[in-house]
Ligand binder design. Structure first.
Ligand SMILES: Nc1nc2c(ncn2[C@@H]2O[C@H](COP(=O)(O)OP(=O)(O)OP(=O)(O)O)[C@@H](O)[C@H]2O)c(=O)[nH]1
Length: 524
């Protein structure tokens, strides 16, 4: 977790803006694509269900119409055959007319009431005078009415549906039936009607008979197969028309529309594979993505440009601070802060930079000054001495010490002593030239540096100062005197420490000699 925060701290504003923008664009795009996908998916499912239902209904109606017309043709033929059944030529020509004129059947047949085939067209089937044995084929003899059979194998091995009409003579005696066969696994009128599919896709239509046997299917090998455990087939065979999403016999989800055929209780199912249908939606999404890609790239480029522009002033400020610090010489004014926050930060940077410089300067000065007298302290004095040495600046130095100062403190108190020290300092400052440096070297001890002043002149200056002090009326204590020792650099010694020590010694000697006097140091 800590590492994650560290990694984040190394990220700059530009990258953060870009990462944020990138994820923003991705999220918006993902959201939009998801919404499009969802709407398209629902639309596509509902649309496919609906169009399959409409198509199944249309096919069921057309099939009903076709079968109705076929039955009428058969009834007409059976009526015309009641006088001609004993005449083979008439029988054959009537069956041939039925076969070719209507083109509804693959073959036509006339069977007498004993099950004997009296005529067949085309004649190549060679069934004349044979007896039909298949129970399903003989069903019309029992029913003696128009009849549409279940699929069964014909005597010559074709899987067929036979449509028959009984033939009665004038005395209403049943003399046989005339029938037409539709070969389910070959080109026939039914698949001509059913195969004209409405979609140019993987949708397909199939028809089941009343027992769930497939009568028509695009996969011919499945014709005759019985469909079981299929909700769609169960619904359509229950006479219901509609649509539903349900798995087919192979467990694949299908978008099915279905409608029953009325004459025989067949069912028409038109269906599309759900996943194949949704693939089209996925393709649409890919198309949408591809068409919006240039705009997304453009958006990202604009964000990159603006992100860089926004981050630039802040990055420059941060870089300058990192490399140079607040105390640097770097000029923040050069940074183009073109918007409010960056400009505000720059101004804050500039003013704090200025404040720090002033504070440092002041601290530096304070460090060199004595707080009570505002004279240079030892640190300031050392700096001045270093300057003199560096510039080979000769000077005389006066070492001053207030006489009997302990008595002042003892008599008037420490605070009054402080006032005396302040007045004493002010007096020295007054008497000094501009280039002279007055320092407080200890409690009531002072040093005055006189640049370019030889010992004899220094002596005169010291004496004048001493007399001024002697004559001065200090506020509460009246008169105070001072003793002074004088030394000179480099005449007394070229070693600064020795020069100062000699000044001290001269001062001590002045004290020894009775105070309120000036003594010169001796050369070493
Ligand atoms: N009020 C005050 N007294 C100080 C200060 N610094 C030093 N003193 C006092 O100055 C006195 C110095 O006394 P001494 O060094 O004994 O010498 P003196 O009494 O001045 O006598 P001589 O120097 O021998 O003439 C001491 O009593 C110190 O406490 C200060 O800043 N303020």
């Amino acid at each position: 977790m800590v590492n994650v925060f560290r990694a984040f701290r190394r990220l700059d504003l530009k990258r953060l803006v870009l990462i944020l923008a990138f994820f923003g664009v991705l999220l918006t795009l993902g959201n939009a694509l998801f919404a499009v996908y969802k709407v398209q998916k629902d639309l596509m499912i509902n649309d496919t269900l609906d169009s399959n239902r409409v198509y199944a209904t249309k096919i069921a109606n057309v099939t009903d119409l076709f079968l109705g017309s076929v039955l009428s043709q058969l009834e007409y033929t059976s009526d015309s055959l009641k006088h001609a059944y004993s005449n083979p030529d008439l029988l054959n020509s009537e069956l041939e007319r039925l076969l070719h004129q209507t083109e509804s059947f693959n073959s036509t047949i006339f069977v007498d009431n004993k099950g004997k085939v009296l005529a067949v067209s085309p004649s190549t089937l060679n069934l004349v005078n044979t007896y039909i044995k298949d129970e399903k084929a003989l069903e019309p003899l029992t029913r003696q009415q128009t009849y549409i059979s279940e699929p069964f194998l014909s005597p010559v091995g074709n899987l067929i549906v036979s449509i028959t009409s009984p033939v009665f003579d004038d005395q209403k005696r049943f003399i046989g039936f005339v029938g037409g066969a539709i070969y389910l696994q070959e080109e026939n009128i039914l698949n001509q009607i059913l195969d004209k599919h409405h979609h140019n896709d993987d949708s397909y239509t199939y028809v089941v008979d009343q027992n769930g046997h497939i009568i028509f299917h695009k996969n011919v090998s499945r014709i005759g197969e019985k469909i079981e455990n299929n909700k769609i087939v169960d619904a359509v065979l229950a006479g219901i028309s509609g649509s539903m999403l349900a798995p087919n016999s192979y467990g694949q989800d299908m978008l099915a529309g279905f409608a029953p055929v009325r004459l025989p209780s067949w069912g028409v199912v038109s269906q599309s594979n759900k996943s194949a249908t949704l693939d089209k939606v996925s393709n649409t999404i890919v198309d949408v993505l591809l068409s919006t890609l240039p705009l997304i790239v453009l958006t990202l480029l604009i964000i990159l440009l603006f992100g860089t522009k926004i981050a630039q002033p802040l990055a420059s400020l941060a870089q300058a601070l990192k490399e140079e610090g607040l105390n640097s010489k770097f000029d923040a004014n050069k940074i183009n802060t073109w918007y409010f926050e960056a400009d505000y930060l720059k101004q804050a940077f500039l003013s704090s930079h200025k404040r720090i410089e002033q504070t440092i300067q002041k601290l530096d000065q304070d460090r060199q000054k004595d707080q009570l007298t505002q004279l240079l302290n030892r640190r300031g004095m050392e700096k001045a001495l270093a300057y003199f040495v560096a510039n080979s600046q000769s000077f005389s130095v006066l070492a001053l010490d207030i006489d009997h100062f302990k008595k002042v403190n003892d008599t008037y108190g420490h605070d009054v002593g402080d006032i005396v020290i302040k007045e004493f300092a002010a007096l020295m400052q007054q008497c000094a030239r501009e280039q002279d440096l007055v320092c407080r070297s200890g409690g009531e001890e002072f040093l005055i540096f006189l640049p370019n002043v030889e010992l004899d002149v220094a002596y005169k200056i010291a004496e004048r100062l001493r007399l001024n002090i002697e004559a001065f009326k200090f506020q509460q204590v009246g008169n105070v005197t001072t003793s002074i020792g004088i030394s000179q650099w480099p005449n007394i010694s070229d070693d600064i420490d020795t020069v100062l020590k000699q000044a001290d010694r001269a001062l001590y000697s002045a004290k020894e000699a009775g105070r309120n006097r000036t003594h010169l140091a001796e050369c070493t």
